[in-house]
Design a protein around this ligand. Structure first.
Ligand SMILES: CC(C)(COP(=O)(O)OP(=O)(O)OC[C@H]1O[C@@H](n2cnc3c(N)ncnc32)[C@H](O)[C@@H]1OP(=O)(O)O)[C@@H](O)C(=O)NCCC(=O)NCCS
Length: 182
């Protein structure tokens, strides 16, 4: 793995994850309060499930997606990433991002510090796409992170399936224009 793929922010080290990181990522995020805020992760999770996600991310890394582990003092606290998708409402190619960290690290500004670094990396590696993010209605902290990182609230998101909760859930949608990269 080249050093160019690692990013240092003021307090965080961000680097691509490999399958070897599965036990640490599992330990960090194995909490229903974390997983229920994601669309695609099942509940309960186990180490094999996390390993499967990491294999998938590693294979897809490059032209259309990019992801990082978030480390504080060498401890893996969570992950984040983004990939090019066709927006289901406007039909444009955009980048969608997602992120999660373990509960004991919430509220210390870590994800607000990590997201701008992620967006810069996505623009430089994947191209100048508008970046989108969504959060479920009961996750205002995620909306606040996005606002703090310069995203604009653009309204309600279409109902989205939540694998952990096994139901469709309303949410909110945010966008950061590609021009912000200039
Ligand atoms: C949402 C999440 C990413 C936030 O990460 P974090 O590092 O704790 O976020 P930060 O500390 O950078 O910022 C959180 C902001 O939300 C605010 N906040 C927290 N709870 C809130 C609430 N219930 N209502 C409104 N704002 C809230 C905080 O006060 C802070 O804003 P401030 O700096 O203006 O005070 C983290 O809680 C998490 O990983 N949750 C589980 C997974 C998840 O939700 N992923 C995102 C899916 S869209």
């Amino acid at each position: 793995m080249s050093d160019l793929e690692s990013i240092q922010t003021q307090r965080l080290h961000l680097r691509p994850l490999t399958v070897k990181d599965a036990p640490a990522l599992y330990a960090a995020v194995n909490d229903f309060d974390v997983i229920k805020m994601t669309a695609t992760w099942k509940w309960p999770i186990d180490e094999a499930f996390v390993r499967g996600c990491l294999v998938k991310w590693q294979k897809g890394r490059g032209k259309t997606q990019l992801g990082y582990g978030i480390f504080v003092d060498d401890v893996l606290i969570g992950d984040m990433g983004g990939g090019i998708e066709v927006h289901r409402e406007n039909g444009q190619e955009v980048i969608f991002i997602g992120y999660m960290i373990g509960k004991k690290w919430w509220g210390q500004g870590y994800v607000s510090e990590a997201v701008p670094a992620l967006c810069s990396a996505l623009w430089s590696r994947l191209g100048p796409y508008d970046i989108y993010a969504e959060h479920f209605f009961d996750n205002p902290a995620s909306g606040r992170v996005l606002e703090k990182c310069g995203f604009r609230h653009i309204g309600a998101a279409p109902l989205q399936w939540c694998e952990a909760r096994q139901k469709k859930i309303p949410g909110e949608q945010f966008m950061l224009k590609a021009e912000s990269a200039l």
